[in-house]
Design a protein. Structure first.
Length: 555
C-alpha cells in the first residue's frame, strides 16, 4: 500500500476568500494529476491568516463558508481525492434558550463534492503575536478519516505542541498525523518546529506531516518550509523556505511497523539567508498585496538606508525602486558619493534634493522665537522632518510607498525623529538590531540570492562610523552606548524580559543598563506612531510588545 500526499504550501491573501479558494482548487488539481490523493492546505487557508477582526464580521464568515463549498464543488469530479481545507467556521449553539454564535479555527476534509469531516483546533495560542482567544472557541472533538486505506488524524498548529490532541487521535485509530499550520517566522523558529514535531511523532509512534503557510501579511512573515517526520522522529522531507510549492511525500505501509514516509529534503538555509528571504518576502508581499506601484526611500549614504535599498531591489526589481538623497549643511561628501555609487550598482532611479534652502527658511521663520537659545536637537529634528515631508510629497504625487530605514536599536532608544525619518508606510528593518544590520550587509555583499548583482553596498558604507549627520562631526556613539553593548542589553531587557538587576549581574555596567531601560520606557509614545514593519525576532516592537506609555514601574 502506498499513498501520495501533497502539502499545498501556498501564499494566500487575507480576506480574498474567492482567490484563496481558487488557489486551493488549482493546487489540488495539479496534485491530483501528479498522483496525490491527499492534499493538505495551511491553517485558515480560506480566510488568510491572521484575518484579525474580519473574523468577527458575520458577512466575512459567510463568505468563508461559501468558499469552502466552492472548493468542494469544483473538485467533485476528482475521484478519491481528499483535501484538508483550513477555514474559520461559525456555529450556533443553544444556551438558556438563546442562540449563541461560536467561531472555530477549523479544517474540513472535502472529497467528491462533500464535506466529510470538520475538525476544530483545541489549543488556542494567546502569546507573542497570537490572539486567538479573542476570535475563537477551543474545539473539543477529534478527527480521523481514511484515504487509500490509511487512517489520517487531523490536528491544527498549536494542537501538535501539546500531548493530548495527538493521543486522542491515536486512540481514535490514526496511523498518520497531518497538521495544517500558520506559524509566523522568527530567526531560529524553523529548527524549533522540526524538533518539536519530531518529539511529538516519537511520543505517539506515528509519522507526522507539517503543512505550513508561506508569505507576508502586514508585520508577520510565514516561511513555509513544510516538512514530514517519521515515527522515529527522522526527517522524511522538507519543502523550500519562503516559496510557494507543492510538496510531495510518499507514504508506505510495511507489515508490523508504523507507516514510513519519504520525500525530498531541502537543506535548511543559514541564518543570514533566512533573514534576508524574510525581509524580501515581507517587502514584496506588502507592496504587491496592497497594490503599490513601487517604493521610494531616503538614501543617506549610511548603512541602514543602504540595507533597505538592497532588500527593496531584491524584492521588487530596480525599476520599482527610487532612491532620494537629501543633503543638509552637515552631509559629508563621502555620503552622497557613496549614495550615488550604490544607486549605480543597483540600477535604481536616483535623485538629489537639497534640504538646505528649506532648513534656512525654517531657521529664519523661527529666529525670533529661538533668539538667544543655542542650537540643539530641535534643529536636528527640523532637518529630519523636512526630509520626511519631501518623501511623503513624492509618495503622494507618484503613488509609491515610502520605506523607512530605522533599525530596532534606534526604535528602542528613540534615536529617531517622529514625523521625520519615522515618516513612511513600511519599516523594513525595524526588528533588526544594529549589529545585525552590519552582519546582513556583509552577508549580502558576499551573496547574490536573487540575481540582482553581488556587492551592492560600497564597503565604506559598512566600515565608516554611523552618523545621522544632523550637526557637525556627529556620530551615533556620541548619543548611544557602543552598539555591541546596547544590542546585548536590549535583547536581554526587551526580547527576554530580564530585569535591570539580572542584566547587571550578568556583567553589564549598572549606569548603562539603567540608561538603556529608561530610553526604552520613555520612547514608547514614538513607537506607537511608527509604521508597521517586518517581524523577524521572537519579540518585536509590534503585536507582541504592548507596554503602557504612561506608567511608573522601573525595574
Amino acid at each position: 500500500m502506498s499513498l501520495k500526499l501533497c502539502v499545498a504550501q501556498l501564499n494566500l491573501l487575507v480576506g480574498d476568500t474567492e482567490g484563496n479558494a481558487r488557489k486551493i482548487i488549482e493546487a489540488s488539481r495539479a496534485a491530483y494529476a501528479a498522483g496525490a490523493r491527499l492534499v493538505v492546505t495551511p491553517e485558515l487557508a480560506i480566510s488568510g491568516y491572521p484575518a484579525e477582526d474580519l473574523w468577527l464580521r458575520p458577512a466575512f464568515m459567510a463568505a468563508c463558508d461559501d468558499a469552502v463549498k466552492t472548493v468542494a464543488r469544483e473538485l467533485a469530479g476528482l475521484k478519491g481525492l481528499h483535501v484538508v481545507v483550513g477555514h474559520p467556521h461559525g456555529m450556533s449553539i443553544a444556551s438558556k434558550s438563546v442562540q449563541v454564535q461560536r467561531r472555530l479555527n477549523a479544517a474540513s476534509v472535502v472529497s467528491e463534492g462533500r464535506v466529510l469531516e470538520t475538525y476544530a483546533k483545541r489549543e488556542l495560542p494567546n502569546y507573542q503575536v497570537f490572539d486567538e482567544y479573542r476570535y475563537f472557541t477551543p474545539g473539543q472533538g477529534t478527527c480521523v478519516f481514511q484515504v487509500e486505506g490509511v487512517n489520517v488524524g487531523l490536528l491544527i498548529c498549536e494542537d501538535a505542541w501539546f500531548e493530548q490532541p495527538a493521543q486522542l487521535a491515536v486512540a481514535a485509530g490514526a496511523e498518520l498525523l497531518v497538521v495544517p499550520n500558520a506559524s509566523p517566522f522568527h530567526l531560529g523558529k524553523s529548527g524549533e518546529r522540526v524538533q518539536q514535531m519530531a518529539d511529538r511523532a516519537r511520543a505517539v509512534s506515528l509519522p507526522l506531516v507539517y503543512a505550513h503557510l508561506v508569505g507576508g501579511q502586514d508585520e508577520v512573515v510565514f516561511d513555509g518550509a513544510s516538512f514530514a517526520v517519521n515515527a522515529d522522529g527522522s526527517l522524511a522531507g522538507r519543502a523550500t523556505s519562503f516559496r510557494e510549492e507543492l510538496f510531495y511525500v510518499d507514504v508506505e505501509r510495511t507489515a508490523g511497523a508504523p507507516l514510513r514516509m519519504t520525500g525530498t529534503v531541502t537543506l535548511e538555509p543559514e541564518p543570514e539567508a533566512e533573514l534576508w528571504d524574510a525581509l524580501v518576502m515581507g517587502v514584496r508581499d506588502y507592496v504587491g498585496k496592497n497594490g503599490f506601484p513601487g517604493v521610494l526611500l531616503g538614501l543617506s549614504g549610511g548603512i541602514d538606508s543602504a540595507l533597505v535599498l538592497a532588500v527593496a531591489v531584491d524584492a521588487l526589481g530596480a525599476d520599482k525602486v527610487r532612491a532620494v538623497m537629501m543633503p543638509s549643511p552637515y552631509t559629508a561628501d563621502i555620503s552622497w558619493l557613496d549614495a550615488r555609487d550604490m544607486s549605480v550598482r543597483l540600477g535604481v532611479r536616483y535623485d538629489e534634493i537639497s534640504i538646505v534652502p528649506m532648513f534656512e527658511a525654517f531657521r529664519g521663520a523661527l529666529a525670533q522665537e529661538f533668539a538667544g537659545l543655542p542650537e540643539d536637537t530641535t534643529e536636528e529634528n527640523i532637518q529630519a522632518r523636512i526630509r520626511g515631508v519631501i518623501l511623503m510629497a513624492l509618495s503622494n504625487k507618484f503613488g509609491s510607498i515610502v520605506l523607512t530605514t530605522g533599525n530596532k536599536s534606534e526604535m528602542a532608544t528613540g534615536y529617531c525623529t517622529l514625523y521625520g525619518d519615522m515618516a513612511g508606510g513600511f519599516a523594513v528593518i525595524k526588528d533588526l538590531l544594529k549589529t545585525m544590520v552590519f552582519r546582513l550587509a556583509r552577508w549580502r555583499n558576499a551573496n547574490d540570492p536573487y540575481g540582482r548583482g553581488a556587492n551592492p553596498i560600497p564597503d565604506r558604507i559598512i566600515t565608516r562610523p554611523p552618523s545621522a549627520e544632523l550637526r557637525p562631526g556627529q556620530v551615533d556613539q556620541d548619543s548611544l552606548p557602543p552598539y555591541e553593548i546596547l544590542d546585548a542589553v536590549l535583547s536581554r531587557y526587551m526580547e527576554y524580559d530580564q530585569g535591570v538587576e539580572e542584566i547587571v549581574a550578568a556583567g553589564f555596567e549598572r549606569a548603562v543598563v539603567e540608561r538603556i531601560a529608561r530610553l526604552i520606557r520613555i520612547n514608547e509614545y514614538k513607537r506607537r506612531q511608527a509604521p508597521v514593519g517586518i517581524r523577524v525576532s521572537h519579540r518585536s516592537f509590534g503585536k507582541d510588545w504592548r507596554y503602557p506609555i504612561t506608567g511608573k514601574f522601573r525595574a
